[in-house]
Ligand binder design. Sequence first.
Ligand SMILES: Cc1cc2nc3c(=O)[nH]c(=O)nc-3n(C[C@H](O)[C@H](O)[C@H](O)COP(=O)(O)OP(=O)(O)OC[C@H]3O[C@@H](n4cnc5c(N)ncnc54)[C@H](O)[C@@H]3O)c2cc1C
Length: 393
Amino acid sequence: MSLAEEGHLLIIGAGLAGYHTARQVRAQGHAGPITILGAEAHPAYDRPALSKAFLCGTTDLCDLYLDDPSDPLDARWVRSDAVTALSTEPLGVQTASGTFYLGDAVVIATGAEARRLSGHAIRSVEDAAALRAAPLAGARVAVIGGGFLALETAATCTTRGAGSVTVIAGEDLPGLRRLGRPVARALHSLHEQHGVRFTGAARALGVTRAPPDPQADQVVTLSDGRGIPADVVISAIGASPATEWLSRSALALDPGTQAVLADDTGFTGIPGVWTAGDCALWSAQRTGLRPVGHWQETVDQAQALAAALLGGSPSPMQEPYLWSDQHHVTIQAAGMLALADEVQVLAGSIEGNDLLVSYLRGGTEIGILGMNRLREVVRWRKSRRIRPAVLAA
Ligand SMILES: Cc1cc2nc3c(=O)[nH]c(=O)nc-3n(C[C@H](O)[C@H](O)[C@H](O)COP(=O)(O)OP(=O)(O)OC[C@H]3O[C@@H](n4cnc5c(N)ncnc54)[C@H](O)[C@@H]3O)c2cc1C
């Protein structure tokens, strides 16, 4: 059932998915009231810069606000009031302050929470501000995690003058399992050129505070018995959907991740309840056809959800796309890298921080990754649409 023209839309979560859903719903002609309920005290903000320019100190929170002051979103924002329960009969939500909001449709867009092993994490602006305020200059920094967030954070710590940066990625080369050997070698080389060290396949088991070594504040214990002394420890080991508040609801949650399950328009199967962004797992994400936890995926989902919510047919989503900035190298990937069975270097060199790599499945190209290859990746994205026949192979 689509949202009636004057229907009240309740959006839970004032982040990227919540904001863009509201924007799209308005752009697609909805005239009824929109209420966006957020747990955070700030206006909705964009997160990618938190591990890059914000952590570096070259940008501030007000530069990250999502809403456009010259064309503000026509919606009611409620801040600092986390939603604690969903009601399906009547449709609405309860917040921590005890307020009950009724809606004609509810969009769940509560994002994800950083998994924390120890030390700093980076998910919210408070997390990033705490790390920004830490005395990084000259410090021994240990970064736990081998994904783009970990690598970006490691790169930013070198820019901030850290004495040493050690990345505990848990695999021989960072990104080896997800991106294949050529890219993993190139990432390793890029970071080593800037003094970042890697511990190889050993995994971080835990962090000991005030260890026997008086020279170290903390020691990260590795699975091979080594200990990495550190003044600052950063955990970048992934994020879990922020859905604990839904555990007693009628919604179906993914048993592994606890993400809200939905079809490929964001509909959860419960009348009037939709979901998008990092808290959601759409059908195509469940089968590995689309990535989880990326900016462009969230924005594309918001657009598709808005169309379906208003009774239209969403246009096909573009090829998945993500980017990362590390040591002045922009890494961009498009397509379904996770499904590739072969990786080929098309151009550039592993050591040159300038690489173009093709991802193939059954001999057909299904994805591309470029390091400082803006033009090629843009061209590839423009010429592509999803090709289900390839994916079925
Ligand atoms: C540091 C960092 C760097 C990133 N860099 C990149 C990048 O370079 N490239 C890329 O493609 N992607 C990047 N991403 C990923 C991208 O930012 C996310 O995919 C995107 O923010 C997801 O949007 P979202 O709205 O689902 O979640 P969020 O942005 O997390 O927003 C969810 C909001 O819901 C609120 N909320 C949670 N629970 C409740 C509740 N119970 N009641 C009310 N409100 C609630 C949260 O407080 C939050 O404000 C990065 C993410 C981080 C954290």
